[in-house]
Design a protein around this ligand. Sequence first.
Ligand code: DNO
Length: 393
Amino acid sequence: MKNLEQTWRWFGPKDPVSLQDVRQAGATGVVSALHHLPNGAIWTVEEIMIRRNEIEKAGLTWSVVESIPVHEDIKKQKPGFEEYIEDYKQSIVNLAQCGIQTVCYNFMPILDWTRTDLAYEMEDGSRALRFDAIAFAAFDLFVLQRKKATSNYSPKRIEQAKACFEKLGREAIDKLQKNILAGLPGAEEGYTLEEFQKALDEYASIDDQRLRSNLYDFVKEVAPVAEREGVHLAIHPDDPPYSIFGLPRVLSTESDARQLLDAYPSPNNGLCFCTGSFGVRADNDLVGMVKRLGDRINFVHLRSTRRDDEGNFFEADHLAGDVDMPGVMRMLILEQQRREKVIPFRPDHGHQMLDDLNKKTNPGYSAIGRLRGLAELRGLEKGIQFMITNKML
Ligand code: DNO
């Protein structure tokens, strides 16, 4: 039975988790990006080869690029954006020349993934990432004081947010602001309040339809190049999978994913199936989505979240929470048997636990929590493969 590829995100030479650690965790593939280059810059063959050689020296393979960030001007189609698209294509050509064939990206306006709490204490003393919808609204309404923010919340939520804000001290407000606007690894840009409000203003005339068509325009330009070069694109869903700050979000549901895939029907125009992001919405049927979209899944993030009815969620252990991980894994294994190309997955995020509690770690990307996640997922894969082989499933 063909295995999925076990990969691990590595942020480059500054990552406190070393490539040696990655090997010991049992991953064979590395997911990395040239984070030191500014958004929009062409990734040159020379720069790509430096990273590739470093990864290979450690006995690993650079399997996936996560991510080449899409420049904000492309998302808004600001005059001159065509040049950024040309540069994006060039980066893809250069990656292909260096043998790297899977490229992840996202099309979330301004902010990449968003959390309010980076150290939410779990019952067992480990720490998780959390999105608290009331704290988020408190930030939006009373710290940022975004224009028109009240139209995005119910009167009840505004009351709750006000009460929450009144209890927050200066230090807690600063922390909340940092977590939301500048706190997370992989999100390349950080903002001050003023910069952020300015960035929001630029989206004033961009609604859901407009952002959607800008995304499809981008894909129709870039995917043919990826196809020609043998590169597989993988769009990451919105995280969280709904509108925040009144901004449109266009990759949150199965129907969003389907529209994107139909915009350019080719295996090279595919998805990064992130169970943690899609799983925050109760109306996303994850197992069904893998079944129906499976042939277009080019990369997988496996993690689980636990949500409530108030819009809050935290990141649970990989085999706990709301995600039916065995169900998803079974569908992925079946999909893998149907194709030549290996499907890379990584344990996404993990709790800060054991020794890592006393270390400085990238939120969500400590070594031990992900090690646990990968070990559990690897075991799950083996177990399900065994059951399929022995016709028990
Ligand atoms: C967070 C990550 C995201 C992801 C980008 C892909 O942990 O999953 O930052 O890398 O959205 O472009």
